[in-house]
Design a protein around this ligand. Structure first.
Ligand SMILES: [Zn+2]
Length: 243
């Protein structure tokens, strides 16, 4: 009997420990399992956060409960930043990159080659190319890619603005730097056709596609390998590129 009482006490101690130390995690799982939110305000914030791409209700709930544990100032700063960003951020009227000013720093920089324009899908591509420190031209941000499946046509992008820019500005070369996907290729082809129809078309080039740095040949897919062989470069140029 004494042993049994001891065992019951041990069990109670264990459950108390779990409840005291892991209540929040335990609570989260319980709430999630039944989806019966104890508060209307919690339901609202979870629904709003879950509208963001890649965030399900479970993550939304975790983020909402995290905010609840932080000082209220943190939530105020977050909501102010979101509102300010959404209301005040601009798109450069020349290249359509995200900017705080009507014309972005890249377009305003006269030390950059204004006659060389790199066409990209969105701001993330501008950031990626800028981080290489190798490109000294300017950009044109399309705001997406032509995608018939998703119902995105040329008029949904800034293609007309690019064509106007080419008519009104002296641009010697256009670099098409779009993703190597079906949508990227469709957009490349559309742009190539439209730009070629201009009275004085600029030179049109595209970024090289081939074997990635550090990638072994046997693991490259056939299309990439075929492109790498077709678009081979003189050895001296490859040393310069790698160095
Ligand atoms: Zn700009």
């Amino acid at each position: 009997m004494r042993i049994l009482i001891k065992k019951i006490n041990l069990f109670h101690g264990f459950t108390n420990y779990i409840l005291k130390n892991h209540f929040s995690i335990f609570g989260e799982y319980l709430i999630f399992a039944f989806m019966d939110y104890p508060s209307k305000l919690l339901t609202e914030i979870v629904d709003e956060i879950a509208k963001l791409p890649g965030i399900g209700k479970r993550t939304a709930l975790r983020l909402a409960l995290h905010l609840l544990k932080q000082p209220v100032e943190q939530s105020e700063n977050l909501s102010q930043s979101i509102t300010k960003f959404r209301k005040e951020v601009k798109h450069c009227k020349v290249c359509h990159n995200i900017s705080d000013k009507p014309v972005c720093d890249i377009c305003s920089d006269q030390s950059r080659q204004q006659n060389l324009v790199c066409v990209v899908e969105d701001v993330r591509d501008v950031m990626a190319i800028e981080s290489t420190g190798e490109y000294r031209g300017v950009y044109h941000v399309l705001g997406g890619l032509i995608s018939p499946i998703d119902g995105i046509g040329p008029s949904d992008l800034t293609i007309d603005k690019l064509l106007k820019r080419l008519e009104n500005q002296t641009i010697d070369e256009i670099v098409l730097a779009l993703s190597a996907t079906v949508d990227g290729d469709t957009t490349n082809f559309y742009l190539y056709r439209k730009i070629s129809e201009l009275a004085v078309p600029p030179k049109i080039s595209t970024i090289a596609r081939g074997i990635g740095v550090g990638e072994e040949l046997e693991y490259a897919d056939e299309v990439t390998l075929a492109r790498s062989i077709t678009n081979r470069v003189p050895f001296e140029k490859s040393i310069k590129q790698n160095g």
